[in-house]
Design a protein around this ligand. Structure first.
Ligand SMILES: [Zn+2]
Length: 677
């Protein structure tokens, strides 16, 4: 019999900061649960991940701390590896993209495309710092936002108004390296023609998504990329940190991190089998049409795993004899936020995994994140919910069932499994639940429905408590010892099943429980049976889940409840406010702007006057729904140019904690041009 092969990857975390709870809930815990489940099912599975260690953010951190990039990546690679280990992530390998094998793999892909003449090559204009003798990546330039006039806007995006633009559109740009005004210089680059792959990618997504039931949230995002039309992407950039190119004429250039980071999955798999002394075996996973490949990611990575990486693999397959497989599914989660707001460690909002695990064990965190997983929509971590799930579910339901059974066994049956007697209806019903749970929960894990699977598993523990209560062994122990023995036998059998079935979610507790039961780990399907023979001697009982007190949780809550939003408020004079001319305007036309994900072009009326306003609300509104709305605009803002369009004013919008913008709207009978004071 041929064992089914499965290849699982989790998005490579960026080695430029510590991972927080939101990361775990997105790409890591769901994958780890899936992998552990499939291992119990006896599948031949390989699970790879590693640190993404290139890119300009790392050199910026290094510059800021006056360190070498290598020191930055070493620090965060080791820190994140340690957090993952303590959290119980069961990677077969956690590699890094700074390894030799990765650089080699990435260059091989570049070379294959280069030799096939796939790249478009052209000169682009870029800002160049003459003093530092360097081209400036977007993040190395600062200037005045061409949209709103905000000073200190980044090279590609304005923090103040969220406009996107080319770095050459920035007004009065300054190099962050030297403070000098950069000059425009031509630079030669290679572009991947993603547009040429659109049709084949659409076919791939269409087929795979139907066959393997892709998640709705993933499919919606992919379709919107297709709708906008795929565009060529630059593969190279002028930077000295990264994978250098195998071309003499490309000195001082490295592969763009989007191009090489996804290849890290392949490099890591090569490294894994190299270390096992089977250097060719990685091909059995990556280049075997019978292997199932699943790429677990958070929603910010959907485009890279459903469009870009598949396109690169297609391009390889077009030009080389060895053929890669494409992901069968990309089960991306939505975001986990923290106490109702976006994680932002710079504003003191959220918890790093390392910090968390210094205070609390991993399993209750795994359980809480899994039970409240952002599978189809954003979810929030709340400390109170963490406490509740630990105390009322893990301790009071699962822990209680285990503890009362084992204490009773130790007291009345000398700590050994008693022999079951004649079965009654109540016993048969309980056995039925034990025998069905693995299949029901397993099917849900197969479909990445962790929350539902967890409910089924907890229901088995609930059924155990009910069976224990209804059977009243504390009475039958005096009146009918055989009846009592039957009850306890079945309760211990159920606990053994629970130890196996909870292993994917609670690996540490499962291991301890098996020790308490003095029993071996068995396969998933075995959990449907009554496995322990009468007379089997149990180990020493101990409490699996301690309760978390209010005091402890209140301390955690107190740590971040100081409102950070108001800390930078500066008071102004009334005269300052009076300088702003706010007017009611009516939108009579709205349309998307090509090449911009964020901006809409609005035509508005203020009384008889017509104006064009460019607004950063494209992510939140369909243009069609805006026509006729009465809004407020800043009417005396200096006009600015954006994407070649003049913007004659600014609309007022409220930004919530998750960055979502909502226009300030007035009732339809408000007169346009009315002054807002
Ligand atoms: Zn701006």
């Amino acid at each position: 019999m041929n064992t089914e092969k499965i290849l699982v990857t989790s998005a490579l975390p960026y080695a430029n900061g510590p991972i927080h709870l939101g990361h775990l809930a997105g790409a890591y815990l769901p994958a780890d649960i899936y992998v552990r489940y499939q291992r119990l099912k006896g599948k031949d599975i390989v699970y790879v991940c590693g640190s993404d260690e290139h890119g300009v953010a790392i050199t910026i951190t290094a510059d800021k701390e006056n360190k070498k990039p290598k020191e930055i990546i070493d620090r965060f690679h080791n820190q994140n590896l340690d957090s993952f280990r303590k959290f119980g992530m069961s990677f077969d390998i956690y590699s890094r993209t700074s390894t030799q094998v990765h650089h080699k793999t990435a260059r091989e892909f570049f070379t294959a495309f280069y030799e096939a003449g796939l790249f478009r090559e052209k000169n682009t204009l870029q800002l160049f710092d003459e003093k530092a003798n360097k081209f400036l990546p977007d993040r190395y330039v600062e200037g005045i936002c061409p949209n709103c006039g905000f000073e200190g806007a980044r090279g590609d995006e304005c923090e103040n108004c969220s406009a996107n633009y080319e770095q050459t559109a920035l007004i009065n740009p300054k190099s962050k390296l030297t403070g000098e005004t950069p000059v425009l210089r031509e630079s030669y680059h290679w572009f991947f023609p993603l547009d040429e792959f659109q049709k084949r990618l659409e076919e791939y997504v269409e087929t795979a998504s139907k066959k393997y039931h892709w998640k709705e949230n993933v499919l919606n995002q992919v379709k919107s990329w297709f709708k906008d039309g795929l565009k060529e992407r630059s593969v190279t950039r002028d930077l000295d940190w990264g994978v250098s190119l195998p071309l003499e004429e490309a000195k001082g250039k490295v592969l763009y991190v989007w191009f090489e980071a996804v290849l890290g999955y392949i490099s890591a798999t090569k490294e894994l089998f190299e270390s096992r002394g089977e250097p060719e075996k990685w091909k059995e996973y990556w280049q075997n049409p019978d292997t199932r490949y699943l790429a677990f990611i958070g929603k910010d990575n959907i485009v890279f795993h459903t469009i870009i990486f598949p396109a690169m693999l297609m391009a390889w397959n077009d030009n080389r004899p060895d053929q890669y497989i494409l992901p069968e599914n990309v089960p991306a989660n939505e975001y986990l936020i923290f106490e109702g707001r976006k994680f932002s460690k710079s504003r003191g909002w959220g918890v790093y995994v390392g910090e968390f695990l210094e205070k609390f064990p991993a399993d209750p965190l795994r359980y809480c994140l899994a039970a409240n997983s952002p599978e189809t929509k954003d979810a929030s971590f709340y400390w109170k919910e963490f406490q509740m799930r630990n105390n009322s579910e893990l301790a009071d339901i699962l822990g209680n069932f285990i503890n009362r059974t084992l204490t009773f066994t130790s007291k009345n049956f000398e700590g050994a499994v008693p022999e079951a007697g004649k079965l009654e209806e109540i016993d048969r019903e309980f056995i039925e639940i034990i025998s069905k749970t693995p299949e029901i929960a397993g099917n849900l894990f197969e479909q990445y429905k962790v929350k539902d699977a967890l409910t089924e598993l907890m229901n088995l523990a609930r059924a155990g408590n009910k069976y224990f209560n209804d059977s009243e062994p504390w009475k039958s122990v005096r009146t009918d010892k055989e009846r009592c023995a039957t009850t306890i036998n079945l309760c211990i059998q159920a606990i053994y099943s629970l130890a196996i079935l909870f292993e994917p979610v609670l690996p540490f507790s499962s291991e301890r429980l098996l020790k308490i039961l003095n029993a071996e780990k068995k396969g998933w399907d075995e959990a449907s049976k009554l496995n322990l023979a009468a007379g089997h001697k149990l180990g020493k009982a101990e409490i699996l889940f301690g309760k978390i007190e209010d005091k402890v949780i209140d301390e955690e809550i107190a740590r971040f409840t100081e409102e950070p939003a108001a800390e930078n408020v500066k008071l102004i004079e009334y005269d300052d406010f009076a300088k702003i001319d706010l007017r009611v305007a009516e939108i009579y036309s709205a349309e998307r702007i090509k090449k911009s994900e964020k901006l809409l072009k609005l035509q508005v009326r203020i009384g008889k006057e017509k104006r064009q306003v460019v607004a950063g609300i494209a992510k939140f509104y369909d243009p069609e729904t805006l026509v006729g709305k009465k809004i407020i605009i800043v009417a005396n803002l200096k006009p600015a140019k954006l994407f070649g369009l003049e913007s004659q004013g600014m609309v007022l919008a409220a930004e919530d904690s998750q960055g979502k913008l909502q226009l300030v709207e007035l009732s339809p009978d408000t007169e346009t041009s009315a002054r807002v004071k």
